[in-house]
Design a protein around this ligand. Structure first.
Ligand code: MN
Length: 337
């Protein structure tokens, strides 16, 4: 066996899983592998049957690869599973595209980040490196736990001002018989009287918690597709599950966290702007409509009455989010009859 054959064998498994006539992925011919500096990394976001991020480190002429279902952990407090996968050819570092359904890894692949890395340690069970990318930088370690299963741990503190998603109880309105006097200082929404629930989106996965903090995700699997399009962007939404014509829908009314940023102290109007920018309007999740300005409160209340909705919520435009509090910044006004 010559040296070239030995090196080419590194991609045997890769080639065996792919038909070059059916996938747009690079399938280089057998032969001498390119010789690099073992310092390039790429992370690809792969919307396959199950969303994951593929971390690939250039090493010995191939990309040594791990599939990470929840992505690179932003915080040393939480390690993520990283499943070791077959070595990929160096050419794969620039690959983005659509792998046809039915083919191995079928789905959309995009480059999430790429850059250089320094190896601090490399063995069969532990890889310690410093990543220098545009989205992720810092010291990380991959360590093997069992078979193909490894974990990835961030060794550096979280980047910049990153904060973890808050776990809070919902803010509650006070009940009033009349609409507020200072009408232009409020926005008006329908009250739905649904099941209040906070939705945390992380790594394209959803966790739904009741107002008491109970995990109710399993009872609401229908809402899981809301999370995947956000990819690695982490969010905490306030909202409620409402039944419409027998179909359950999640109505979003507030945004409490966005990708490392806690928004609780932001005024409602800022949070509302950021919530709207998320364009949450799927078949089974919607952003609650909201109106501002003189006279709107009365119209929204009338519309609520006409549609048989229980009432109106008046929300102070400048109010922060007060978790677990019954706050006069939010007023529930029954629609009356
Ligand atoms: Mn993959």
């Amino acid at each position: 066996m010559g040296k070239n054959n030995h090196v080419a064998d590194k991609l045997e498994q890769y080639r065996g899983k792919r038909d070059p006539g059916r996938t747009p992925e690079p399938v280089p011919p057998e032969g001498v592998l390119p010789h690099g500096d073992d310092d390039t990394f790429v992370i690809q976001e792969h919307h396959a049957r199950s969303l994951h991020w593929d971390l690939r480190l250039e090493r010995g002429g191939v990309l040594v690869s791990w599939a990470i279902p929840k992505g690179i952990p932003p915080d040393p407090a939480t390690n993520h599973l990283a499943v070791h996968t077959e070595d990929h050819p160096i050419e794969y570092a620039t690959f983005e595209g659509e792998i046809p359904k039915g083919e191995y890894g079928g789905g959309t692949m995009t480059i999430w980040d790429r850059g250089t890395y320094e190896t601090e340690k490399w063995s069969d069970r532990e890889v310690m490196m410093v990543l220098h990318g545009s989205r992720v930088s810092g010291r990380h370690v991959l360590f093997r736990t069992h078979g193909k299963n490894w974990m990835i741990h961030r060794m550096d503190p979280p980047a910049g001002s990153w904060r973890p998603p808050p776990q809070v109880s919902p803010m509650l309105p006070v009940t009033r018989a009349r609409l507020p006097r200072a009408r232009d200082e409020f926005a008006y929404e329908f009250a739905w009287n649904g099941l209040r629930a906070l939705a945390t989106v992380e790594g394209g996965r959803l966790t739904l918690r009741s107002d008491k903090g109970k995990d109710i995700t399993d009872a609401h699997r229908w809402l899981r597709p809301m999370a995947e399009p956000f990819g690695s962007r982490a969010l905490v939404l306030d909202g409620e599950v409402v039944s419409m014509g027998g179909t359950r829908i999640y109505i979003c009314h507030d945004l409490l966290y966005d990708d490392g940023e806690v928004l609780l102290d932001e005024p409602w109007s800022q949070r509302r702007g950021r919530l709207e920018a998320l364009s949450l309007n799927g078949a089974r999740w919607q952003t609650t409509p909201s109106w501002q300005g003189e006279g709107q409160g009365r119209d929204v209340r009338q519309a609520a009455r006409d549609q048989g909705l229980p009432g109106v919520l008046a929300k102070r435009l400048d109010a922060p989010y007060e978790p677990g509090e019954e706050s006069a910044a939010w007023m529930y006004v029954p629609s009356g009859s």
